[in-house]
Design a protein around this ligand. Structure first.
Ligand code: 6PG
Length: 478
């Protein structure tokens, strides 16, 4: 055996990860179902120390023990098929890593099944797209402590570096890594939707062109909004279509795709009872955009008078700054909701997840990397058991500073008939949390009325019911 690590699945992500591993001092066994990809990778990259293999037996025989293999195939049934093959040729103590976007319950199931053979199974979220896989992704591994001993140094060698630290940490056991990667993607959806709403409001409010708005985002990227997503937004907005000469954003069909990780995040939040409303709105906004038939049916429905929705921002610069503040405030909400899902998931699945460590490994390599994550890391360093991220002093101050503009932007959006669902729901979430009293009291009264579901009182302990269909006296439940 000559290789330190193997990669199964040599599509772009797998090839790039294998090259990254080879560049960082690893001898990498490579295997792909169709042999052409394996041969191609060897020919294209003579600089890399690859050990090409063409059967699973050969792959296993080429690996030093404990054998370590990273599976990089499309999430789903293909992953199970590769795991079965590796279990067949591997031995107890060896390590199988799934680097795809697996749904965490699948990872929990697979880890349990593979563990029975004595082999370690690690579900590892890997973020950063093709470029990240090649030059340094953010990596979120779950699995056993035993596997982490071998895997840690290898993953540290290929991860992105942020503030001098590799962007990888052992997230927790079994499915914890894929759980955290799922939430990363949920936040990614929210962040992207918020940026898209900011763009739409500025465009329709000020009449600026996409190229001018690219300048706005490029400028924002030098301040507290500095992030990969804001940076690439400027690039996309600046791009012109060669065929038509129009801004590319104007010729791209406005129906957003989704591969499911955002929906999983929201489904999980619902199951855990976590109000991840901003993330949910981002997922729903993509769904709405893709309902072509319904959009066609609704296109003539009345909206505000034209005068109220064209170039409504009399002072463009002031409006742009208000939108920036609204974006920042809504972004704080999205991250706060995301960390809340992780907190609740860790409690429900018994994972010891260090939220501060999660914020640190998201500072580099991944799609949501942002300056802002340093502030989140600071907040968890100051108080590791922070119950609500957005109430930490730094964020509370930032929200206080932004809230007038945030309200103004949501008001203007509603008055102008411009959909800003993620901005609006983030603000409602903030106000909901802040509220001294919520109308939930009335909901409790209604529930008691029709279903004798009982309620508690503000002034005495105990559980109560009003005899709604009788004399309306109150009884205390035993
Ligand atoms: C990442 C990305 C990556 C992928 C998304 C895209 O972290 O590198 O999140 O995993 O690009 O899954 O998701 P949608 O196709 O659902 O937008």
């Amino acid at each position: 055996p000559v290789a330190d690590i193997g990669v199964v699945g040599l599509a772009v992500m797998g090839s790039n990860l294998a090259r990254n591993l080879a560049r960082n001092g690893n001898k990498v066994a490579i295997f792909n179902r169709s042999p052409e990809k394996t041969e191609h990778l060897v020919v294209e990259h003579p600089e890399a120390e690859f050990v090409p293999t063409f059967t699973y037996e050969e792959f296993a025989a080429s690996l030093a023990r404990p054998r370590t293999a990273i599976i990089m195939v499309k999430a789903g049934a293909g992953t199970d098929a590769v795991i079965d093959e590796l279990v067949r040729v591997f031995e107890p103590g060896d390590i199988i890593v799934d680097g795809g976007n697996a749904h965490f319950p699948d990872t929990i199931r697979r880890e349990k099944a593979v563990r029975e053979t004595g082999i370690n199974f690690v579900g590892a979220g890997i973020s950063g797209g093709e470029e990240g896989a090649l030059n340094g992704p953010s990596i979120m591994p779950g699995g056993s402590d035993e596997a982490w001993v071998t895997l840690g140094p290898i993953l540290r060698s290929i991860a992105a570096i942020a503030e001098g630290e590799p962007c990888v940490t052992h997230i927790g056991h079994d499915g914890a890594g894929h759980f955290v990667k799922m939430v990363h993607n949920g936040i990614e959806y929210a962040d992207m939707q918020l940026i898209a709403e900011a763009y739409d409001l500025i465009r329709r409010g000020t009449g600026k062109t996409p190229a001018q708005i690219a300048d706005v985002f490029a400028e924002w990227n030098t301040g507290e909004l500095e992030s990969y997503l804001v940076e690439i937004t400027a690039e996309v907005l600046r791009q012109n279509d060669a065929a038509t000469g129009e801004a590319l954003v104007d010729v791209i069909l406005d129906e957003a795709g989704a591969k499911g990780t955002g929906a999983w995040t929201v489904q999980t939040a619902l199951d855990l009872g976590v109000p991840a409303s901003g993330i949910a709105e981002a997922v729903f906004a993509r769904s709405l955009s893709s309902q072509r038939g319904q959009r066609d049916a609704a296109v003539g429905l009345p909206g505000p008078a034209p005068a109220e929705h064209e170039g409504f921002a009399h002072d463009a610069e002031t409006f742009v700054e208000q939108v920036r503040l609204a974006l920042y405030a809504s972004k704080i909400v999205a991250y706060s909701q995301g960390f809340d899902i992780i907190r609740a998931g860790a409690a429900a699945y018994d994972w010891a997840i260090d939220l501060g460590a999660v914020s640190k490994i998201w500072r580099g390599g991944c799609i949501i990397r942002a300056q802002f994550l340093n502030r989140i890391a600071d907040a968890y360093a100051a108080q590791p058991d922070l119950p609500l991220l957005l109430a930490a002093p730094y964020f509370a101050e930032a929200l206080g500073r932004a809230q007038d503009a945030w309200r103004e932007v949501v008001t203007v959006a509603a008055a102008s008939g411009i959909p800003a669902p993620a901005f609006a729901s983030s603000l409602a979430y903030y106000d909901g949390l802040r509220a001294d009293r919520l109308p939930a009291a009335l909901v409790q009264g209604q529930r008691d009325f029709f279903g004798a579901h009982t309620y508690r009182r503000v002034d005495r302990p105990g559980v109560f019911h009003t005899e709604w269909s009788g004399d309306r006296s109150e009884t205390q439940e035993s």
